[in-house]
Ligand binder design. Structure first.
Ligand code: ATP
Ligand code: LTN
Length: 337
């Protein structure tokens, strides 16, 4: 029997809907990887708490995010798709890892520096500071070999590797040291109104964000209004034509067609035609996903059962790793586990 490589990734339930960058940069990739890997995907609600959340909204967004994973093609029968807080071992291992993480080491995380500068010292919590340590616990609990993430998460995976190596050296071989698999830069999607800024769930203005759950007419309108340039010509030139380059990237990622074949198809035609073509492709993809999400949210009990069964599967793996780590550091065994 060949055992598949273990893979782990996660996303925060930080908005009602995912945006097309999450779909192209994460979900499409995860969907392909789940075929060949033993994949674990989590909705990291404990991470979301590191910035203020409205309790009712957090609960709703966690369910909505799960529904969007499934509707976009993550198969909860073959992948283990679960909610982080359903598996208490995450918070428990994070505590152990906190005790071997240097204060200076955690202070050097650029995402922490950015976020704490944005929120101000008063609103910056110990939870935000410890965010990368909780992420390390997520990864190490599952003997993960591969972590597919965007470039912005590379430093956190490096920290995870350092913590695993340090723990193993100090207490004996316990954790698998994981590798990051960085999603190609070409798969990065930019805001349609500001095509040099990354499209993001937490963008201030929604005008340039394509939400997976927008009504198709709204999506089409946003694409028709996307910023381009005065020059004309559907040509990929990231430097001089960032707006058109971004639309070409979206078109190519969604259809699997090469940029060159799209440039050929639209040679000599206007931006209006090109945008209309793109709007059809995006609404054609997201329309059915949106329908499926609406159906799933109509029967939340069924969705909750799926998530609970997957959390049981995750907890069985995580529990063993946690028990191993507890033994190694000298915590006395209590209840039979
Ligand atoms: P937030 O604004 O809450 O930070 P986000 O939309 O930037 O959210 P994350 O939750 O940080 O997204 O990331 C989830 C996944 O989606 C990650 O794997 C990340 O690399 C990917 N992703 C997010 N935005 C984009 C984008 N614009 N292009 C490509 N991939 C993206
Ligand atoms: N920090 C990540 C989300 C995340 C994650 C993880 C990704 C939390 N735990 C474990 C991979 C593995 C983000 O914001 N994209």
């Amino acid at each position: 029997m060949t055992t598949k490589t273990r893979l782990y990734s996660g996303m925060q339930p930080s908005a009602e809907s995912l945006q097309i960058g999450n779909y192209i940069g994460a979900l499409l990739n995860w969907k392909a990887l789940q075929e060949t890997h033993d994949a674990f995907f989590s909705i990291v609600d404990l991470h979301a708490l590191t910035v203020p959340q409205d309790p009712a909204l957090l609960a709703a967004n966690t369910r909505r995010t799960a529904a969007q994973y499934i509707a976009a093609g993550i198969d909860p029968a073959s992948s283990t798709l679960y909610v982080q807080s359903h598996v208490p071992a995450h918070a428990e291992l994070a505590w152990l890892l906190n005790t071997i993480t240097g204060f200076g080491e955690a202070s050097r995380m650029t995402q922490f520096k950015d976020k704490s500068a944005r929120h101000g010292a008063e609103a910056t919590t110990v939870g935000l500071f410890a965010y990368p340590v909780l992420m390390a616990a997520d990864i190490l609990l599952y003997d993960t070999e591969i972590v597919p993430v965007g470039e912005d998460q590379r430093q956190h995976v490096e920290l995870t590797r350092d913590l695993a190596t340090r723990f193993n050296a100090r207490f004996g071989e316990t954790f698998v040291v994981p590798e990051a698999s960085i999603v190609r830069e070409t798969a990065k999607i930019y805001d349609l109104q500001n095509p040099t800024a990354k499209m993001s769930k937490s963008a201030e203005s929604h005008a340039g964000v394509l939400w997976m759950l927008d009504e198709p007419s709204v999506t089409a309108k946003k694409i028709m209004r996307a910023v381009t340039d005065a020059e004309g010509g559907v040509v990929f030139d990231r430097e001089n034509k960032p707006g058109v380059a971004n639309l070409l990237t979206i078109y190519s990622s969604i259809t699997g067609r090469t940029i060159a074949s799209l440039e050929d198809e639209y040679a000599g035609r206007g931006y209006g035609d090109f945008k209309k073509g793109l709007a059809e492709v995006v609404t054609g993809t997201f329309g059915p996903v949106r329908q499926r999400v609406i159906e799933m949210l109509d029967d939340p009990a069924e969705l909750d059962r799926t998530l609970a069964a997957n959390a049981d599967r995750a907890a069985a793996v995580a529990g063993e790793t946690l028990a191993r780590a507890y033994d190694r550091v000298g915590l006395l065994r209590g209840r039979t586990r």
